[in-house]
Design a protein around this ligand. Structure first.
Ligand SMILES: N[C@@H](CCC(=O)N[C@@H](CS)C(=O)NCC(=O)O)C(=O)O
Length: 123
């Protein structure tokens, strides 16, 4: 039964991810200099995620729209990033944004908080 629920959730996730891909629209446009600056800043960020999680899809969509090349790290079972997330953030819950600033690391959970943070910083 558990396997069936997992399968259905994953199938739904793949459908949502596909719909997201075809309905994404356009990215935020910046001058080449501004984009270069942003690209440098996002090197300090990483998104821990599952491919088919609806909250991750929502977050990836916002990241795409904001034109942010943030590294995505899979937290699926078997991935080494899963352990990093657990050790650093305290739990395996996605999405989670790892923010490195002035030598300090913050782990931000909750898709709405992550999107708000990115919009405030980069929109
Ligand atoms: N309110 C959270 C929900 C996130 C959530 O439920 N993520 C699921 C995957 S779709 C998860 O990581 N569940 C594991 C857990 O909560 O321990 C958000 O918006 O980010």
């Amino acid at each position: 039964m558990k396997i069936l629920i997992k399968l259905i959730r994953n199938a739904l996730g793949v459908i949502i991810a596909t719909l997201d891909l075809v309905t994404r629209g356009s990215k935020l446009k910046r001058t080449p200099e501004q984009q270069q600056e942003v690209n440098k800043e996002v090197e300090q960020l990483a998104l821990y995620q599952f491919f088919a999680c609806p909250f991750c899809i929502k977050t990836r969509r916002a990241i795409y729209k904001l034109n942010l090349p943030i590294e995505k790290r899979s937290a699926s079972e078997g991935s080494p990033h899963r352990q990093e997330l657990l050790a650093g953030g305290g739990r395996v819950k996605v999405p989670c944004l790892r923010i490195e600033k002035d030598g300090k690391v913050e782990w931000m959970y909750e898709s709405s908080d992550i999107i708000r943070y990115l919009e405030q910083r980069f929109a």
